[in-house]
Design a protein around this ligand. Structure first.
Ligand SMILES: [Fe+2]
Length: 216
């Protein structure tokens, strides 16, 4: 008889979480106006840019990856450093090391452009900061890194949102002034920009960066 079976002492503990941080920058208007000008000026200066996960053949532009060395970007770097210090403190990272930006770049995705799924090799953390994100600009999608799960999947209740602990992907809608920080090994891609705005107002404009620990 199962009537006598009690599950009162049944517990669950989650191990090995995939940590994604979010940081909303206050007073973002001047910062974003300045970054927007800098980004378009950089594109004018370096029309070719580099070809990474962006869809260059459709008009997506990706800058060179050394923007963190340019003094014009120190204001956004200060915000990134503040977020990284919080991560180091929260996760108990060695106090004689600091998380520092090792590469930083900007991307302009006009309508019709996205970014193929990818990871960021040779880094601990990566991040994105949204400078401009019109409605429909394209979500960033993170994909469950536990790839062995594709071997078998449970059936879930139809048309009911799964518990968050059972998701296999998660989407963030880009919001100007928001920074998302994520493990560099976490696969992610960016949906096609479907903005209906015309001209530059329809562009999805971001700064992205990679991070490693350095001794201080
Ligand atoms: Fe990326």
């Amino acid at each position: 008889m199962t009537d006598d079976v009690s599950v009162a002492n049944f517990t669950r503990i989650n191990y090995f979480p995939t940590m994604v941080y979010q940081y909303d920058v206050k007073d973002k208007v001047d910062l974003n106006n300045n970054l927007l000008e800098l980004t378009y000026a950089e594109r004018d200066r370096d029309r070719v840019g580099v070809n990474k996960s962006n869809t260059a053949e459709l008009g997506s532009w990706h800058s060179a990856t050394n923007l963190h060395k340019n003094v014009d970007y120190q204001s956004i770097l200060a915000h990134i450093d503040a977020a990284l210090a919080k991560i180091s403190a929260e996760l108990g990272y060695a106090k004689d090391h600091a998380l520092k930006v090792t590469t930083m770049w900007s991307i302009i995705n006009p309508p019709g452009n996205g970014n193929r799924a990818h990871v960021h090799p040779n880094s601990l953390w990566s991040g994105v900061y949204y400078i401009q994100a019109p409605a429909g600009a394209g979500n960033i999608e993170f994909i469950d890194p536990r790839t062995v799960l594709i071997m078998n999947q449970p059936k879930f209740i139809a048309k009911k949102k799964r518990p968050r602990d059972c998701w296999t992907k998660v989407n963030y809608t880009p919001t100007a002034g928001r920074m998302i920080l994520f493990p560099a090994w976490l696969y992610h891609g960016v949906d096609t920009n479907m903005s209906k705005e015309s001209g530059r107002a329809g562009d999805r404009v971001i700064i992205s960066f990679n991070v490693n620990q350095t001794r201080i």
